[in-house]
Design a protein around this ligand. Sequence first.
Ligand code: PLP
Length: 390
Amino acid sequence: MGYNRPAGRHWLQIPGPTNVPDRILRAMDRPTIDHRGPEFQDLTRHILERIGAVFGTADPVVIYPSSGTGAWEAALVNTLSPGDHVLICETGHFSNLWAQLARGLGFEVEVLQGDWRRGADSVQLEARLSEDTDHAIKALCLVHNETSTGVTSDIGAAREVLDALGHPALLMVDAVSSLGCIEVRHDGWRVDVTVSGSQKGLMLPPGLGFNAISATARDANRQARQPRGYWDWQSILATNAQGMFPYTPATNLLFALDTALDMLNEEGLENVFARHRRHARATRAAVDAWGLALVARRPEEYSSAVTAVSMPEGFDADAFRAHVLERFDMSLGSGLAKLQGRVFRIGHLGDFNDLALMGTLAGVELGLAEFGIASKTSGISAAMQTLKQS
Ligand code: PLP
């Protein structure tokens, strides 16, 4: 079968991995250096001095050569003991995967069920935690930006519930798809462990996982009896103090991270967040004009990083995505788990600007029309109007 190379650059509009800027690709395109030498020590220190700002913290941030899933596991095994009770708010596919991972590690996992269209419900959370008078629940896990649904959760509200009840559970937050897109306030919300990854708002390829760690979490770590080796914070924190790692680090991804931090600082984090909000607003205007529905129900929970769109009855979202890929060389995010075939997701996060957004929306609009989902109004015009106004 013939294969025609599509001209131009592939449009990677899934909600991560995101498009890696040329400047970051160039930063990685260097010979690997000695990870025990002075140049590497300087690199580590330069990163560790600056990475906390992206997490909104003065606490240490541990960097793993791992995906986000590894960083989820690290958060749990460093702070808990065998059989500990973990409460996870169900917001979508990723909260469920975290729960499954925790179960696999042998923790007693309780899921506060949700309908995948709303963020964590603080009323439900309060009701459950107030029953836990003997404080059996040792950790509360929340996904800040549920990538499968485009719904955010109010982490500050969860912290207030814990505080109001005087509940000592550790607060663990997945910021895999919010970091560098939507403000993460590790210190402000007094999160104990913030988990993240490199391949979304940080604009890097996949391959780095992160844990930002509060003083409370470091205390818990000293008591925690869950077996751990590779993920152990103590050996990493001790070697990081020397500008090193306890094992061979992902050196070239650290070159990339150093440059990503330069880029975020040059733009200014507040501007980065405002840019994501603006593009998300314009995307929603387009979805509205196309006459399609969002998965997210509540405006205050709309994600600035990803918009999940429900396909009209009778149309298969995966066939639509395949069509867009073939016709326009653009990858859109799939519906995950129970949303498979029913939802497609537009990633508008990372290294992204107005024209990239317009190109993305043009690909969706043309694809919808060719797919037989005609709309009376143009999403592109609606999005452009939104961009003009802000
Ligand atoms: N958490 C969220 C919110 C995610 O979006 C993802 C991946 O997309 C993960 C966790 C898992 O990260 P990884 O696929 O890097 O292991």
